[in-house]
Design a protein around this ligand. Structure first.
Ligand SMILES: Cc1cc2nc3c(=O)[nH]c(=O)nc-3n(C[C@H](O)[C@H](O)[C@H](O)COP(=O)(O)OP(=O)(O)OC[C@H]3O[C@@H](n4cnc5c(N)ncnc54)[C@H](O)[C@@H]3O)c2cc1C
Length: 298
């Protein structure tokens, strides 16, 4: 393979790229700095028949202990930009963000410039590309379009309608989002800052941010919180290996030491079984699964 220079590493420890601090080596780990580098990496992988995955901040990702085969893309420098798109309509702000922009950088800019409707993202870890792929905090409502680089290296725009945003999911055809165009109402900056401050305070009071995790393990079933179901069964603190149900938020699984992917999966299966037996509700994972260990979910 002829990778672009200084862009691809072999056997990169994936645990360094997930908030859970879990995951074996990525066979090839590519950090393209520009769109041309990204296209070259994808074409090279395509020709070599290597599978391609993408990780953003790794804050919703559980990666296999035995590692990730093929090429994992982690977008670099030029994918962290924010560009203002001038609008004739003063009540509206429109920006283009690189997909690797930290979501918290966008929130910081929202407070400064008075971009409204973004307070639910306050404190959300990870990158804009990951947030859009997950429709985290319903960010899809602000998306106008994304620019997607398909695995064969061709680039295509996708409109909000094409992405069919739904609860913690979007219909993204296989590929890497490079840029996202977002639109929000303009509000006075002091109002934006205040709403963001309140949202942050609420998050800090309710979530477990002290120990490594990937946020909520399960999606909320219709009309009920997954955490509430787990909590009602007295499962806070349940532990397998070094994976433990958080004492603070029952839908968070935390890594209390050297947890493995296998520990987390076993604990998730245990929680699913107990909730199903006692309530009949089937909990669906919210975590995104990377690597082959996930075959055991089949
Ligand atoms: C403490 C904590 C609190 C959290 N709180 C919340 C919360 O309140 N609400 C919520 O919704 N989530 C929450 N999360 C989960 C997570 O932070 C969000 O889903 C976040 O937006 C994921 O972004 P990321 O960049 O880390 O995604 P990653 O974990 O890197 O990736 C998630 C998915 O997106 C895909 N992806 C990433 N980048 C791209 C790209 N450029 N192109 C195509 N696909 C891509 C990945 O392949 C993967 O399938 C929390 C997590 C933690 C650790």
């Amino acid at each position: 393979m002829t990778w672009p220079p200084h862009c691809v590493r072999r056997n990169e420890p994936f645990a360094d790229h997930t908030s859970f601090r879990i995951g074996g080596p990525a066979e090839w780990f590519a950090e393209p700095s520009t769109i041309n580098e990204l296209i070259r990496v994808l074409r090279e992988a395509h020709q070599a028949g290597l599978p391609v995955s993408v990780v953003g901040g790794g804050t919703n990702t559980l990666a296999a202990d035995r590692g990730i085969r093929g090429v994992t893309i982690h977008l670099g420098r030029e994918f962290r930009i924010v560009r203002d798109v001038p609008q004739p309509e003063p009540a509206v702000a429109r920006v283009v963000c690189g997909a690797a922009l930290l979501t918290q950088r966008l929130v910081y800019l929202a407070a400064q410039h008075g971009w409204g409707d973004l307070e639910s993202l306050a404190g959300l870890p990870g990158q804009i590309g990951g947030a859009v792929a997950m429709n985290a905090q319903d960010i899809g409502r602000c998306v106008r379009q994304v620019s997607l680089v398909r695995y064969d290296g061709t680039v295509t725009p996708l409109s909000r309608d094409q992405m069919q945003f739904r609860y913690r999911d979007a219909a993204l055809e296989p590929g890497i989002m490079a840029e996202v165009e977002l639109e929000f109402p303009r509000i006075p900056p002091e109002q934006a800052s205040e709403r963001i401050r309140q949202a942050l305070a609420y998050r800090n009071n309710t979530q477990d941010t002290r120990l490594p995790s990937a946020g909520c393990a399960f999606k909320n079933p219709p009309g009920v919180g997954a955490g509430r179901l787990i909590d009602q069964l007295g499962l806070k603190g349940a532990r397998i290996g070094d994976a433990q149900v958080s004492a603070r938020h029952a839908n968070f699984i935390v890594n209390v030491g050297q947890a493995t992917c296998d520990d987390v999966l076993s604990l998730m299966e245990h929680l699913q079984q107990r909730v199903r037996q006692e309530t009949g509700v089937v909990l669906e994972p919210e975590l995104r699964l990377l690597g082959e260990q996930w075959n055991r979910w089949a």
